[in-house]
Design a protein around this ligand. Structure first.
Ligand code: F3S
Length: 394
C-alpha cells in the first residue's frame, strides 16, 4: 500500500499514540483486503457502543485510545447503547451496568464523537451524500448509506470505523470501488404488498437466498426511507448484504447498471412465507419491542395513530418503542399517546440492551431483530406486523 508522507508520519507516531494506533489498524485492514491506498472519508458511524456487546475489554480499549489523545477528524455518530440514559431503571438495568455504559458514552464523547446513539443517523445529523466515501459500521445503516443514498462504505467493524474516524481516512477497497458495486444477482419480486413488514419479509427471503453479493431488485415501486432501512436491516442480518439496487428507485440504478447475463432469483409469496416461518417461533410474549432499526417520525406517528383512544388491557406484556433522542423530541405529541402503553426509549434497542436478564419471549416486526434476539439475547421470537402486535396489549 502506498502512503503519502503525511500518512506515513501518522503511522510513525508523529501525531501521538492514539492516532498511531488508529493508523496501524486502518493500514493493516487495507493490506488484508489488498487496498493500494487510503481514501478521505466524509463521515463515520460507529458501532460497539453497548456495554453488553463490548464488555470490560472494549471499555479498556476505548480508555487507552482516549488517553492516547485520539480524537475523530470527521463528523462521527454512535450506534445505540445498552440503555436509555435517563430511563434505564424502566428497562430493568442494574446500576453496575448503567455506570459502565455511561463511562463508555463519556469516552466516545472525549474523542469528539457525537453522543447521539442511533442506528438511523441518516434521519438525524449524519446524512451521507451520493459518491461520498464514508466509514460506517452498523450493518443496516451502512447498507442504507450505500444503497438509498449512494454513498460508499464497506461493512466496517466497530474498531475499524473508529480508527477511520480518527485519521479521517479508510482503506480504498471493496465497496469504495466501482467494480465491486455492480449487481451480482437480479431479484424479480412478485405479489409484493409494499408494507414495511413486507420489506422485512423480502429482506429476510433475499438474505436467506443470496447470503452475500449485490442484489438488483425489479418489481418494487417507490422506496421510502422506512422501506429502505427495513430491507437493509433484514438482508444484512439474514445474509451479509451491504449494498443493493432497485430499478428506478436507488441512485446508482437510476444512473443505469448492466444486469445482462446475471442469474435471476424470483421472490414471491412462497419465499416470503418461508422467511416468516423461519423467524416466528413463539406464541406468547413478555415484551413487544418496536423500532429495529429505530423508529422514524412517520413510524412514530403511525403507531400513535393506531393506539389513540385505546387502553392497555394486557398488564403482563411490556411494550417498548425504540427511537433516537432527536426523533423522540420531534414527536412529542405522538410520544404522549405511546407512553400510555409503554416507554418510548431513546438511543437504545432490544438487541443491545441486556433484556435476557428479564425476558425470555419477545415480539418484533423486524427481521433483523428476529434474527438476533435468539442468538444475542436468548429469546424466543414472535414475528408479526405492528397492528397484530398491538392487539396483544390492547
Ligand atoms: Fe438498530 Fe438495534 Fe436493530 S442497533 S438495527 S435497533 S438491532
Amino acid at each position: 500500500m502506498i502512503l503519502t508522507d503525511e500518512e506515513q508520519a501518522v503511522l510513525d507516531g508523529e501525531k501521538g499514540a492514539g492516532f498511531q494506533k488508529a493508523m496501524e489498524l486502518v493500514v493493516a485492514l487495507g493490506k488484508v483486503y489488498g487496498a493500494e491506498s487510503l481514501v478521505d472519508i466524509a463521515s463515520a458511524h460507529l458501532s460497539g457502543a453497548s456495554y453488553k456487546t463490548i464488555g470490560d475489554g472494549g471499555l479498556k480499549y476505548l480508555s487507552d485510545l482516549a488517553a492516547g489523545g485520539a480524537k475523530v477528524s470527521v463528523p462521527s455518530t454512535l450506534n445505540p447503547v445498552g440503555m436509555d440514559r435517563g430511563r434505564w431503571k424502566e428497562m430493568h438495568i442494574s446500576p453496575e451496568f448503567a455506570e459502565k455504559q455511561l463511562e463508555i458514552i463519556d469516552l466516545y464523547g472525549k474523542m469528539g464523537i457525537r453522543k447521539t446513539c442511533s442506528c438511523t443517523p441518516y434521519l438525524g445529523d449524519n446524512v451521507p451524500k451520493k459518491g461520498q466515501h464514508i466509514a460506517w459500521a452498523e450493518s443496516s445503516a451502512l447498507s442504507v448509506a450505500n444503497s438509498y443514498f449512494g454513498a460508499r462504505t464497506n461493512r466496517e467493524g466497530g474498531p475499524g470505523a473508529l480508527a477511520a474516524a480518527i485519521i479521517g481516512k479508510t482503506a480504498n477497497y471493496g465497496l469504495h470501488l466501482d467494480a465491486n458495486r455492480r449487481p451480482t444477482k437480479v431479484i424479480d419480486v412478485s405479489d409484493f404488498g409494499g408494507s414495511v413488514f413486507d420489506y422485512s419479509l423480502l429482506g429476510q427471503a433475499v438474505g436467506m437466498e443470496m447470503g452475500r453479493g449485490v442484489p438488483y431488485f425489479r418489481g418494487l415501486r417507490g422506496i421510502a426511507i422506512e422501506d429502505a432501512k427495513t430491507l437493509s436491516a433484514a438482508m444484512a442480518a439474514a445474509g451479509s448484504v451491504a449494498l443493493w439496487h432497485a430499478e428506478g428507485c436507488t441512485p446508482e440504478a437510476k444512473d443505469g447498471l448492466d444486469i445482462s447475463g446475471l442469474e435471476h432469483i424470483s421472490i414471491g409469496k412462497e419465499e416470503m412465507k418461508a422467511a416468516y416461518d423461519k423467524l416466528n417461533t413463539a406464541d406468547d410474549v413478555q415484551l413487544i419491542a418496536l423500532g429495529c432499526p429505530h423508529l422514524s417520525p412517520k413510524e412514530m406517528h403511525d403507531i400513535a395513530s393506531m393506539l389513540k383512544g385505546k387502553k392497555k388491557r394486557n398488564r403482563d406484556t411490556e411494550i417498548w418503542f425504540c427511537t433516537s433522542e432527536s426523533v423522540r423530541e420531534q414527536c412529542a405529541e405522538d410520544v404522549k399517546v405511546m407512553e400510555e402503553f409503554g416507554p418510548v426509549l431513546a438511543d437504545t434497542c432490544m438487541v443491545v440492551a441486556p433484556i435476557e436478564g428479564t425476558f425470555r419471549r419477545t415480539a418484533t416486526n423486524s427481521a433483523k431483530a428476529g434474527n438476533y434476539l435468539p442468538t444475542l439475547c436468548s429469546q424466543k421470537v414472535m414475528f408479526a406486523d405492528i397492528p397484530d402486535l398491538l392487539k396483544v396489549i390492547e
